[in-house]
Design a protein around this ligand. Structure first.
Ligand code: GLY
Length: 567
């Protein structure tokens, strides 16, 4: 009933909105001087500008999130899109509620535990990463509709319009876009629809090429007009199911009918007086992040030498990522001992096994045994509005350009998120992550994620942050929060050099320049195996409200091509 009233109100808004926007513009220009600023940081300037225009037009942070997410699905299709999913961490100022909208993809109903194994029980190379069999049932379209119906102020016809315009009129291809498209060049020979959309006369388009996506514009328009049913039923659904099946996938209409988002309670913890609100399962992000910080809370890091500090951070990451592999999966299918994993006593127990002068090889940690972390896929944005509402959203289609498959006529690049499941106990996925029973494939199950949209709060400030980067997402959040609690400003936090350990492979990965020669030697002496990554990784986006000084700041990772704006 309430939802139908909201729908009616919103549909009448479509008619009266232009008038309201003019009135709002007049009032806004008068009241702007006294009101709180607003900010958006996203991975693409067009998304940041479109989101700010929606805030300017009277939308709240949740409306802006719909706009930013949908624009990113058009201009950054290598990272996220309607064919994928993600997590929206929300704070609603009116009633001080924090909630996570879980729009993670689900395994289709015909999926089963050994679907990516051959008769010998070996994992079939590429089966979980290429083509429609690797695609989970998308969650982002349902997430956008849910946000609009339950949290937004403006109708989808307004919030999705910038994405529709950009899909129709086109956007200029960047060098980064070109580089990531190369990654899916082989898939283009298999999937005509992908090739037709993303090639210019049989070639990867040149930087600056105007890329138009007519089919995607039509799909977005149907979503805007019919809401959930515009994607999960009717014409788009038929094209998706037929296209997937013709390409060797196993989706049916029943899979699309069954897809709904879930509201979940975020995980909450404290580190040095700072409150951390983060992603709940089926993301592993919040639990692993808090577990690392809980372990580290027992050490006086600020008075230690930098090599000892990094050694302890690495050892804490090793143990928390090991627990990821053993315990974490879809909470609707498996019992996760969240309370235990987040307890201070448990962290103290883990500290007992950490030696200051020696690394503990991961094989002694007794978890599933089996990889390289990666990740130029996925995307993140952070938003705060005038009223104190905020959003941290991390969205993904998994690998760059997902499965490399587009169902003809839809314009939607499908994810290859099925690879985030464990294809065989102990085997590694595309990020080198291993896992056990908890994250094995099951019909209708959500695959475990590392996406970690997070809020950090203390007396002085509130920060919303997150980043893409596969399994390294969580360690990037660890590094960022440690920087923040040691006094860094948000830009310094976002740009801080990164290092990573994920239990297996048993190695420390670090960005060029992240470790000094002296630190490298000292870590090697303790027995750490070190691997410098070929380039910098991650694309963190953060906004921060300094309560005591009443100052809003925003920061976009200098490694990416994003934009952070405060208004
Ligand atoms: N697909 C990357 C993740 O969800 O962790």
């Amino acid at each position: 009933m309430a939802t139908s009233i909201v729908r009616q109100l919103k549909s009448s808004m479509t008619v009266i909105l232009p008038v309201l926007l003019v009135i709002y513009g007049v009032i806004n220009s008068i009241s702007c001087a006294q009101s709180k600023p607003m900010a958006i940081a996203s991975a693409h300037p067009l998304a940041t500008h479109a989101g700010l225009a929606i805030l300017d037009a009277g939308g709240n942070a949740f409306d802006a999130a719909i706009t930013v997410a949908s624009v990113l699905s058009v201009v950054e299709p290598q990272g996220s899109g309607l064919g994928g999913g993600g997590f929206f961490l929300l704070h609603r100022a009116d009633d001080n509620v924090d909630v996570m909208i879980d729009a993670r993809e689900k395994a289709p109903l015909a999926a089963y535990q050994r679907m990516f194994q051959n008769e010998q029980g070996e994992v079939i190379k590429g089966a979980s990463t290429q083509g429609p069999l690797s695609a989970g049932v998308p969650g982002l379209p349902a997430g956008l509709v849910y946000l609009s119906e339950h949290y937004g102020r403006l109708p989808l016809s307004v919030t999705l319009q910038p994405a529709i315009n950009l899909a129709e009129k086109g956007f200029r291809v960047s060098p980064r876009f070109r580089r990531l498209l190369q990654f899916r060049i082989r898939q283009m020979t298999v999937n005509n629809a992908l090739q037709t959309i993303f090639q210019d006369q049989g070639q990867i388009p040149a930087a600056g090429f105007l890329l138009r996506q007519k089919d995607l514009a039509r799909t977005l328009r149907l979503l805007s007009t019919f809401g959930w049913a515009g994607f999960y039923q009717g014409e788009v659904a038929s094209l998706l199911v037929n296209g997937v099946q013709a390409g060797g996938g196993i989706w049916t209409q029943a899979d699309l009918d069954a897809y709904h988002v879930v509201e979940r309670k975020p995980v909450v913890g404290r580190y040095r007086g700072v409150k951390i609100i983060s992603a709940a399962p089926p993301s592993s992000g919040g639990i692993v992040l808090l577990e690392v910080l809980n372990i580290l809370s027992g050490y006086p890091l600020e008075i230690m030498t930098s090599d000892l500090r990094k050694h302890l951070i690495i050892e804490a990451m090793r143990r928390a990522y090991r627990d990821r592999a053993v315990y974490l999966g879809d909470p609707d299918f498996v019992q996760i001992p969240v309370e235990q994993l987040l307890s201070i006593d448990y962290a103290a127990g883990l500290r007992v096994s950490i030696q200051f002068d020696q690394a503990l090889p991961s094989v002694f940690l007794n978890g599933p045994l089996a990889g390289q972390a990666g990740g130029e896929d996925t995307t993140h944005f952070s938003i705060m509005d005038h009223d104190g509402n905020r959003v941290a959203a991390t969205l993904s289609i998994n690998f760059p350009f997902g499965s490399g498959f587009v169902a003809p006529g839809t314009g939607v690049v499908l994810n290859n998120e099925m690879d985030d499941f464990v294809s065989r106990i102990g085997a590694v996925n595309g990020y080198g992550l291993t896992g056990g029973e908890a994250n094995s494939i099951g019909a209708g199950k959500r695959m475990l994620s590392s996406m970690t949209p997070t809020f950090v709060e203390d007396e002085q400030r509130i920060v919303a942050l997150g980043t893409p980067g596969g399994s390294r997402i969580i360690s990037m959040l660890v590094v960022a929060i440690l920087e923040l609690t040691q006094g860094a400003d948000v830009q310094a936090m976002v740009d801080a050099p990164r290092f990573h350990h994920q239990y297996l492979p048993d190695q420390v990965q670090y960005e060029p320049g992240a470790l000094t020669l002296a630190e490298i030697k000292a870590l090697q002496l303790r027995g750490h195996r070190l691997e410098e990554t070929s380039k910098h990784y991650g694309d963190m986006q953060a906004v921060s409200w300094q309560k005591d000084k009443q100052v809003m700041t925003a920061a976009s990772d200098s490694r990416g091509e994003g934009l952070a704006l405060v208004k």
